[in-house]
Design a protein around this ligand. Structure first.
Ligand code: ATP
Length: 458
């Protein structure tokens, strides 16, 4: 339902996933901070991406480049000239929009683009029709000044994508890693865009994290590699439990492709924001040899590959799966959130909120709960929590009724609750409760590490 997003926003704040930034000063618009649970979920997500895309493969290596690159990079890449969005303003209520977003929302609703462009559209804010100004291009680059002077010579840009740090290091990675095409270079990190209309919680912000991989292939093999990576990326989300009914492909029409792209297909998720049902989760683009050629020309350093066996030299084509950390995190939260029923202390069924996150993503892996606050149970449970903490992120909670404590863990997606009770003192075993089925099992303490380890995976 459309209000699911509101549920997630308030749960995020209440439980410590995501807070609004600088809230004590009234908040910084459209900026968000990750709390104790959010940062764990975010790190787990990034770790899963890195494993899947880099360390589990022999043909991909990683780098971590600077956020501020030489300004020449952004001239050569085409960003200084073309990285801009069409800005329009409603002349009635003075609200600003991206013209392309307004037209896309119209098309999604009506199944066809507006015949007369913006003139056909109602302002989403005040409802007036045909009140938009002629769109003006607005640069998406965020700039700053380096050093003590603030003139044009000191301008530097915060990267709007992590990809360029990969292209500029192409030659060095090729040499030091001794890889040859087809091979990839991956990077995760912050990117910055001066978005006109940030919003929809963490979906669109001016500061965000990306996970990108540039896969370098022989020209002519690019189309099949794009198919390959599209399939891989789809499988990454579904492999971590995202439901296919909430995902779809969006193929960019030829006339709307970015300046470097031969083909781009996006994985979209059904975010169900008011106004638009679907939103981009990740783009898989064929960037051709555009970037390597542009940097070769502008820098004077040849960024190509020489195949010694065949004696041929070529500039690789590039397939780029580019994902956003915040958007994935939001999609996984929306997808995992569920309401079902569980028996309360009196055995009566009550509503329960449960976050069915894959155990690999769950911020807390195990909660250790002494049945009651007691001088014998508490130390035993604390000792167990300390042992388990060597391997996983553990919560210890001894406050309140056991049912209430289970609910608190269900709501944040903790896969297992381990209860230490009076029998534990006799049989040296604990009760393990699984989140989704709520089934309970007695497990001996000398087997608990192995029991949890085999169920929590990586
Ligand atoms: P959009 O059309 O939504 O502005 P885009 O096509 O410009 O996105 P890309 O340049 O393909 O986005 O960036 C790759 C990924 O980075 C996106 O799929 C998204 O997950 C993430 N991303 C891009 N811009 C933002 C942003 N402003 N806030 C959060 N994530 C972003």
């Amino acid at each position: 339902a459309a209000d699911k997003i509101d549920t997630i926003v308030s749960l995020s704040k209440r439980r410590g996933f995501v807070y609004s930034c600088s809230e004590i000063y009234g908040g910084q618009k459209a900026a968000w901070d990750y709390g104790p649970l959010g940062v764990e979920l975010k790190e787990n997500l990034k770790r899963q991406w890195w494993r899947y895309m880099v360390t589990s493969r022999e043909d991909v290596v990683g780098i971590d480049s600077s956020v501020i690159l030489a300004p020449e990079v952004w001239v050569a890449s085409g960003h200084v000239a073309t990285f801009s969005d069409p800005l329009t303003e409603c002349t009635s209520c003075h609200k600003r929009y991206r013209a392309d977003h307004l037209e896309e929302a119209y098309e999604e609703k009506h199944g066809k683009p507006p015949v007369n462009g913006l003139a056909d559209l109602n302002c989403p804010n005040c409802g007036n029709k045909g009140t938009f100004t002629e769109p003006k291009q607005f640069s998406g680059l965020l700039s700053t000044h380096l050093g003590p002077t603030q003139d044009s010579g000191s301008v530097a840009y915060l990267r709007p994508e992590t990809a360029q740090g990969i292209f500029t290091n192409f030659g060095q990675v090729l040499q030091t890693s001794r890889k040859k095409p087809p091979f990839g270079i991956a990077q995760m990190g912050k990117s910055f865009r001066n978005e006109i209309t940030p919003g929809n919680f963490i979906f669109r912000t001016r500061e965000f994290e990306q996970m990108e991989m540039e896969f370098f292939v022989k020209p002519g093999e690019d189309e099949q590699w794009q198919e390959y990576w599209m399939e891989q990326r789809w499988n990454w989300y579904t492999g971590l439990g995202m439901r296919e009914e909430n995902m779809r492909w969006f193929e960019h029409p030829q006339e709307k492709l970015s300046h470097y792209s031969k083909r781009t297909a996006d994985i979209e998720y059904r975010f169900r924001f008011g106004g638009s049902e679907w939103g981009e989760l990740e783009g898989v683009a064929n960037r051709t040899d555009y970037d390597l050629k542009a940097h070769s020309k502008a820098s004077g350093t040849e960024l190509h590959y020489f195949d010694q066996e065949k004696g041929e030299r070529y500039t690789p084509y590039v397939i780029e799966p580019a994902a956003g950390v915040g958007r994935s995190l939001l999609a996984f939260l929306l997808d995992a959130y569920n309401e079902d029923e569980a028996p309360n202390a009196k055995g009566v069924m009550e509503k329960r909120a449960v976050m069915r996150l894959d155990p690999r993503l769950a911020p807390v892996k195990v909660a250790v709960l002494p049945l009651s606050r007691n001088p014998q149970l508490s130390p035993k449970a604390k000792g167990l929590a300390a042992d388990l903490r060597q391997n996983w992120n553990i919560e210890f909670d001894d406050a309140g009724a056991i049912g209430r404590r289970y609910r608190r863990q269900d709501e944040i997606g903790t896969p297992f609750c381990v209860t230490v009770d009076f029998d534990t003192l006799e049989d040296n075993a604990v009760t393990v409760r699984e989140r989704d089925t709520m089934k309970q099992e007695r497990v001996s303490l000398d087997q608990i590490q192995g029991y949890l380890g085999s169920r929590l995976l990586g």
